[in-house]
Write a protein that binds this ligand. Structure first.
Ligand SMILES: Nc1nc2c(c(=O)[nH]1)N[C@H]1C(S)=C(S)[C@@H](COP(=O)(O)OP(=O)(O)OC[C@H]3O[C@@H](n4cnc5c(=O)[nH]c(N)nc54)[C@H](O)[C@@H]3O)O[C@H]1N2
Ligand SMILES: Nc1nc2c(c(=O)[nH]1)N[C@H]1C(S)=C(S)[C@@H](COP(=O)(O)OP(=O)(O)OC[C@H]3O[C@@H](n4cnc5c(=O)[nH]c(N)nc54)[C@H](O)[C@@H]3O)O[C@H]1N2
Ligand SMILES: [Mo]
Length: 709
């Protein structure tokens, strides 16, 4: 039957048009928000997408990023076949090879390197994507290397580290529906995770008070805040200690709770005596009277729920302690593990806290090598080393260059982008020194261009993926189109590599579905049921009872919430402090030459790290890399809207356009990351790191600005 032109143009599904609607997910942003997508498919091509109305997370909605999925998956620079470098490294000249050749080459090179330098000399490195990580982690361990490294060592792991050190459990989240006051610390979900704003909007409707701590004016501060505190970036710890000072002075703390469940309160209380609001005003720029008001608003409206954002709080050289100072507010007000406060959570699968238990941890940890040398970074950042089963990416370049404490020789990469780290050019130079470099990506990125072998990965539309969502949901997606060109699923690639290297891992060799089955074996659902269901399936879960963890005793050394950390105490001689003490984020060198604070990374609705800068619909909302600065600062430098300017630090300079905004605080310059032509991370020093976690100072680096002539 010949379809009518109108039906086709309107993309109406049905036998007349041959258009079928199939379900998949968007995997452009964080794994908590991989929205359901209805893909309209004709002749093996996605011709239209919509949000899936029946999906329990997005209920039919899609954001500026999700709506551009067709342009994303059909980007011109998709890698089509496995590629082998033929010209000099970095020349970007490759020849296509078969998958078999690629696997053989990788297997033989990595095994040779293992033989000569030991298994630790190979780094198994993942960029932002999470979905294949259990397989990469297991492969690294089966190979014998502790050097499984991920983007999370500059992102979410800061959160895990803080909660592990202080409470012995990986994470806690705000119990917004039952909170009396919500402290949104560095919180702007309208730009970074808009679905997460719903809970706070609903809370506000029922009278919950909202305090937002953000140096900038944002949609969140404008729509949701009863009180907006604007500290200078990276001074959050001083502000949190100041709030504690007032709460203690006013008798607004929960003494019986502290007595029973909190360790180190006396030492902490003595320390916060040094943070009266007047001093906090000098340190942070927040008027003393506003800090008083915030503390009272908290004390009078308990319980207190807090959102502590990973990146903006952690991306400072004092970020770890700032984060702990904020968490302390939950303990002293008696709100940790209490209804309406911070509820401890456990991961179900791939960073999601869905309430049920998969065997993801066993899947990786059962393969952990016993006598391997320590993972990269763990000797310099001992708190990291003690708590996290990963290499710290921020120490990779140093170890490659110095070979201290042992040489690194190869990288097997998945979605690796060298611009992820501070001193990105330094990381690139170090990676280029390795003997063997492999990267796997959808697109021919700047990182792929200097690798020895490049493997084509497929998108979420082209693969099957196991995926959990908060609220007890689990799904196993099915491909809605064939993989484009010769691309393959990352998980299939990892299983194939395990086989090619003959690592003796029957589970990985049995392939993706055998691994899924292993991980979901304790759940009351079969893989077949998950595969058949077009939408996520609800797994029955027992809701967590607040207080259970407190009653059982926390998994810290003291069994309590540690304001004074017994895990940090052994490192006092190395200058680490068991109390959440405050240090200035900026270094004091050359304030005349570099008078501004560079705060890079606050999210743009249309950008997702590096991955959407090449997608026209996203790019056109901010066509050129821009730095946001306050009009008064701009005027003092003779800069006008859209002038071409240079941002410079000791590390170098980048050229961008000026975007003047009164929403930006004076003295701070904001710039998004991931641009090839203006890589803000090339301006960051590799030594300006947090000594506890190894985190970079993306949000507080000294900066100079000049108009380009
Ligand atoms: N559109 C989009 N969404 C994203 C991403 C993306 O690239 N694009 N990335 C995802 C990822 S990986 C992450 S980690 C999350 C991050 O998610 P968020 O933490 O929500 O994101 P940001 O926008 O970086 O920071 C939130 C707010 O913190 C403020 N801020 C910056 N520095 C400081 C500071 O020192 N102190 C305080 N108190 N506030 C500060 C900023 O002005 C901003 O308004 O976003 C995720 N969502
Ligand atoms: N200055 C500054 N820098 C920052 C930040 C900041 O706030 N400021 N934020 C940091 C944070 S929080 C994060 S999370 C990082 C993220 O930083 P990156 O890891 O650089 O994130 P992306 O650019 O999103 O993705 C990296 C690569 O993964 C590829 N990719 C996408 N999907 C897949 C897939 O399914 N398989 C494979 N193999 N590859 C895929 C993409 O094409 C891309 O090339 O950036 C960090 N860098
Ligand atoms: Mo992140």
């Amino acid at each position: 039957m010949k379809p009518s032109k109108t039906l086709l143009e309107a993309k109406i599904p049905g036998p007349e048009t041959g258009i079928q609607v199939k379900q998949t997910i968007c995997d452009i942003c964080c794994p908590s928000f991989h929205c359901g997508i209805d893909a309209y498919v004709k002749d093996g091509k996605v011709v239209k997408i919509e949000g899936t109305a029946e999906h329990p997370l997005n209920h039919g909605l899609l954001c500026t990023k999700g709506l551009c999925n067709r342009q994303y998956i059909y980007r011109e620079d998709r890698i089509r076949t496995p590629l082998k470098r033929v010209g000099p490294r970095g020349s970007g000249t490759f020849q296509p090879i078969s998958w078999e050749e690629a696997y053989q080459e990788i297997a033989s090179r990595l095994l040779e390197i293992r033989e000569e330098y030991g298994p630790e000399s190979v780094v198994f490195f993942s960029g932002y994507s999470k979905w294949y990580r259990p397989w990469l982690h297991r492969l690294a361990y089966q190979f014998g290397s502790p050097n499984y490294a991920t983007e999370s060592s500059i992102c979410m792991t800061s959160t895990f580290l803080n909660w592990l050190v202080t409470t012995g459990n990986i994470m806690s989240s705000p119990d917004t529906p039952r909170a009396g006051v919500y402290l949104g610390w560095a919180y702007n979900p309208y730009h970074s995770r808009y679905l997460a704003a719903k809970g706070v909007e609903a809370g506000k409707e029922r009278g919950m008070k909202v305090i937002i701590v953000d140096p900038r004016i944002t949609p969140t501060t404008e729509r949701l805040a009863d009180l907006h505190l604007r500290p200078r970036p990276g001074t959050d710890g001083a502000l949190a200690l100041g709030l504690a000072h007032v709460l203690i002075r006013e008798g607004m703390v929960d003494e019986p709770y502290i007595e029973k469940y909190v360790y180190g309160y006396e030492a902490y209380r003595a320390y916060v005596q040094g943070f009266p609001p007047e001093k906090v005003e000098q340190l942070t720029g927040v008027p003393a009277q506003q800090a008083e008001e915030a503390a009272r608003m908290i004390g009078e409206n308990l319980p207190l729920a807090i959102n502590e954002s990973a990146a903006p709080i952690a991306h400072h050289r004092n970020g770890f302690q700032n984060y702990r100072a904020i968490m302390a507010l939950s303990a002293i007000t008696g709100c940790f593990d209490r209804p309406g406060g911070q509820i401890p959570c456990q991961f179900s699968y791939n960073y999601q806290s869905a309430g049920f238990q998969t065997r993801e941890d066993q899947f990786t940890l059962e393969a952990k090598p016993k006598n391997a040398r320590p993972a990269v970074g763990s000797q310099w950042f001992p708190i990291w080393g003690d708590f996290i089963n990963e290499a710290q990416v921020d120490d990779l370049a140093r170890q490659i260059q110095t070979q201290d404490p042992y040489p690194l020789k190869a990288m097997l990469g998945f979605g690796v982008n060298f611009r992820i780290a501070p001193d990105s050019e330094g990381l690139k130079a170090a990676l280029m020194k390795l003997d063997f470099l492999v990267n796997t990506d959808l697109f021919m990125t700047d990182t792929c261009k200097f690798c020895d072998l490049v493997l084509p990965a497929c998108s979420s539309f082209e693969r099957s993926e196991l995926k959990a969502y908060g609220g007890g949901w689990l799904t196993c997606t099915q491909p809605v189109i064939e993989p484009l060109y010769q691309s393959r699923s990352d998980v299939d690639i990892l299983c194939d590599l395990s086989k090619a290297m003959n690592l003796g891992d029957p589970l990985m060799e049995a392939g993706r579905e055998a691994c899924y089955r292993y991980m979901i074996q304790d759940l009351p659902v079969t893989l077949e049921q998950l595969k058949e269901a077009p939408y996520p399936v609800k797994i029955p879960v027992e809701p967590y009872q607040p207080g259970s963890m407190l009653e059982k005793g926390l998994s810290t050394k003291s069994g309590k919430f540690e304001l004074y950390s017994l895990a940090i105490a052994p490192y006092e001689e190395r200058g680490l402090d068991p109390l959440p003490t405050y240090k200035e984020p900026l270094n004091q060198e050359d304030p005349e030459k570099y008078p501004f604070v560079l705060c890079s990374g606050p999210r743009l609705t249309n950008a997702q790290h590096s991955r959407l800068h090449g997608v026209p619909w996203n790019r056109f909302l901010r066509p050129e890399p821009m730095a946001d600065l306050n009009p008064e600062d701009a005027a003092s430098l003779g800069i006008q809207q859209e002038d071409v300017i240079e941002l410079f630090t000791k590390m170098g300079a980048i050229t961008v356009k000026a975007n003047l905004s009164i929403k930006v605080d004076k003295g701070t310059v904001y710039m998004f990351h991931g641009y090839s032509e203006a890589d803000v991370n090339s301006l960051m020093s590799p030594d300006h790191l947090d000594p506890y976690s190894g985190f970079p100072a993306f949000r507080s680096t000294r900066l100079g600005v000049r108009k380009k002539v």
